[in-house]
Design a protein around this ligand. Structure first.
Ligand SMILES: [Zn+2]
Length: 685
């Protein structure tokens, strides 16, 4: 396997040298490396001990004002923007040529051209969704279960969803998981909190308009009463939201593990004929996991007592809402006015080409990724990343061995888990096969539905089969990284291996502060409040002694308390329990990567002062630079509700006060605003 990868890599290297014109150059390393600190990012009117985020990122924030199409724009997003332009170049070239039917080039080119064809979209109007809406309007109650299965295949998880994922007791096998789903506002708080009334009002208005525009109210016989029906659908979704298990409870993996047989599950959900549902999906599982039994019991009652016309209107709304982005401008704009403006504070929608490239990413992401890495990802970057990951793995191992709060038994298990990490860098060894996906010239939406069917079938086919450990859960062009507890793997797609995360031409002190912390962050996820419940094989197993588990919890509690006390907007506070895993990962990532930097320094791999900064200062400045961003007030509120990551500002100013080395690097003293009492600092990994 390794040998094969090496061969593939060297052929890529040749291609890259010939064609690259990007900043990620494979030219020989210049004799004099850069410091990796962009001086214009800094704001020298602030100071490191006063407000480190402002000091390290204030210059960037001033130079990069928030564009109208963004709710948040950070250095992270700037990189994503650049990746999107690169993808657009590749796609536009294909779209200008003719390709044989059935080739991946034909599929990408045709879907792009159909998505860009605004004349056709306007002419078709609401036509592409008419047959689905007709089917729903004439649906009989005894066909509900098969209808839900049909809709799931087309990507609508109405009321609940089912997917294939690892068996928590035997992570090498895929089983079926039933999960709560299907509320249009995304988070249950929007339905239940008094202060979210304006959001619910906006949602009802959107639904009202869409029932009319789609023609559903006419077909279903409630024309003129769209608003009343929208209110009733909101009430239905509110009952569901009320029965949903909340996001903080779900952080504990044991809370969503309830394995049983289909027959057992059937007893608690009489309103759904599970055999009919599964038959329609062509899924025949022996054992299933029901993520949240209390929700399903409530759902069954909700379905039994709800008016059939309201249930049908809810199903129709699911179709219309998920189709809106692929229909005429009337639908696109109404959708944006609520989800973009009201929920996030964006002023204008993204230009069409970005939205269509987004659709291509979502439907044939790995095919685009294959083209992307050929053109833009140098083999050298992969080799250097592999070395960095090894250094970080070593550093985390040393920190576990020298930890003062864990017993030898737990340390042994932790080290075993660390040594078993599967590491994925750049792009997958084998690529996804898209030959069964058809792209035809009927409508943009019809193609999106075929792509959703293709994707759902691919996911459901995993059920009952061994887990494929080589599968990637992100495309190579993604600016992100992940840890997956069931396969105990860390993954760093090619898209993130660029400045400001990773600079081939910079001294490594900054690289350790940026991509090094990202690597350490993902590794630490294996040991955060969720990840620590899984063993080296990815099974949900308690490998902790009781006293070590207690010590972990009390250390983690310092982070919960600290982030709970951060006022993110006037009168609104962070959610320390919801963001705990990410905050532990940032905390661990910083400590581990800092240790790796110290080792690299001892080995002579790091330069001394550069641009007036010590290696340690460059490390922390590079860390902060990753989180430089401007954000709208609406987006602060939305993310505080829905994003398990702390806001960029607090990933710097909330996280760094827990890191002892940060105090040394910048001479921060008691009484400074960035100072935190040593007894309140969380020291975990
Ligand atoms: Zn994370």
């Amino acid at each position: 396997m390794k040998k094969y990868a090496l061969v593939t890599l060297s052929s890529l290297l040749c291609l890259f040298i010939l064609t690259s014109s990007t900043t990620m150059t494979t030219k020989k390393k210049p004799k004099k490396q850069k410091s990796g600190v962009t001086l214009s990012n800094l704001d020298n009117t602030s100071a490191p001990n006063f407000d480190f985020y402002q000091y390290a990122c204030g210059g960037w924030m001033k130079l990069n004002p928030l564009g109208d199409e963004y709710a948040r724009y950070g250095s992270f997003d700037a990189l994503g923007e650049n990746n999107q332009k690169q993808l657009q170049d590749l796609v536009a070239k294909l779209a200008a040529q003719k390709h044989a039917q059935g080739t991946i080039e034909q599929k990408i080119a045709d879907l792009y051209n159909i998505g860009m064809n605004t004349d056709q979209l306007e002419t078709q109007g609401n036509q592409p969704i008419q047959s689905e809406l007709q089917d729903i309007a004439s649906l009989q109650r005894n066909r509900l279960s098969t209808q839900l299965a049909e809709m799931l295949l087309e990507g609508h998880s109405c009321f609940f969803g089912i997917y294939g994922s690892a068996d928590p007791d035997n992570s090498s096998m895929t089983i079926a998981h039933f999960w709560q789903s299907g509320i249009g506002l995304g988070d249950r708080d929007y339905y239940l909190e008094a202060e979210q009334q304006h959001i619910r009002d906006g949602y009802v208005k959107l639904m009202t308009d869409m029932f009319r525009m789609s023609g559903y109210s006419k077909i279903a016989g409630f024309e003129g009463d769209e608003q009343e029906m929208a209110q009733r659908v909101l009430a239905l979704e509110t009952c569901m939201a009320d029965a949903f298990i909340d996001k903080v409870t779900l952080r504990d993996p044991y809370q969503s593990i309830h394995k049983c047989t289909v027959a057992d599950f059937q007893k608690s959900i009489p309103a759904i004929d599970l055999n009919a549902y599964l038959r329609a999906l062509k899924v025949y599982p022996d054992t299933i996991n029901v993520g949240m039994p209390t929700y399903f019991a409530s759902l069954s009652r909700i379905l039994t007592i709800s008016d059939w016309e309201v249930i049908k209107a809810y199903l129709a709304w699911q179709v219309i809402n998920s189709a809106a982005s692929y229909l005429s401008d009337e639908f696109v704009n109404a959708n944006f006015d609520f989800y973009g403006k009201v929920l996030s504070g964006k002023q204008v929608d993204r230009p069409r080409w970005k939205r269509v490239v987004g659709t291509l990413n979502g439907t044939m992401g790995e095919a685009l990724g294959q083209m992307y890495v050929k053109e833009y990802f140098p083999a050298e970057a992969k080799a250097r990343m592999e070395q960095l990951v090894k250094n970080l793995q070593w550093a985390l191992g040393e920190r576990i061995k020298n930890s003062t709060w864990m017993t030898a038994e737990t340390k042994k298990n932790a080290l075993e888990k660390l040594a078993a990490f599967r590491v994925k860098i750049g792009y997958p060894d084998k690529w996804r096969d898209y030959s069964a996906l058809q792209i035809l010239n009927d409508s943009y939406y019809a193609n999106v539905v075929r792509a959703r069917r293709f994707e759902t079938a691919y996911e459901l086919a995993k059920i009952g089969k061994p887990v494929d450990p080589t599968e990637w859960f992100m495309t190579p062009q993604t600016v992100n990284a992940y840890y997956e507890p069931n396969t105990n793997e860390i993954c760093f797609p090619a898209g993130i291996l660029q400045p400001p995360f990773f600079d081939m031409n910079a001294d490594d002190a900054a690289n350790y502060g940026a991509i090094g912390v990202v690597i350490g962050h993902e590794m630490t996820h294996g040991f955060d409040d969720q990840g620590r419940n899984y063993d080296a094989k990815g099974n949900l197993t308690d490998w902790w002694t009781a006293e070590d588990a207690e010590a972990f919890k009390s250390r983690a509690q310092l982070i919960v308390d600290h982030f709970n006390a951060i006022e993110v907007a006037p009168g609104v506070y962070g959610n320390g329990s919801f963001t705990l895993g990410e905050n532990i990962a940032d905390n661990g990532g910083l400590n581990v990567s800092y240790a790796a930097l110290q080792k690299a320094k001892q080995d002579g791999g790091i330069q001394g002062n550069m641009d007036g900064f010590t290696p340690e200062q460059r490390f922390f400045l590079a860390y902060a630079a990753v989180w430089a961003n401007n954000i709208r007030p609406e987006e602060i509120l939305r993310r505080t509700k829905t994003d398990p990551h702390s806001l960029g500002k607090w990933r710097v100013n909330g996280t760094l006060p827990h890191i002892d080395a940060f105090y040394e690097a910048f001479g921060i003293k008691q009484g400074d605003p960035m100072w935190l009492e040593p007894s309140k600092r969380a020291r975990i990994w």
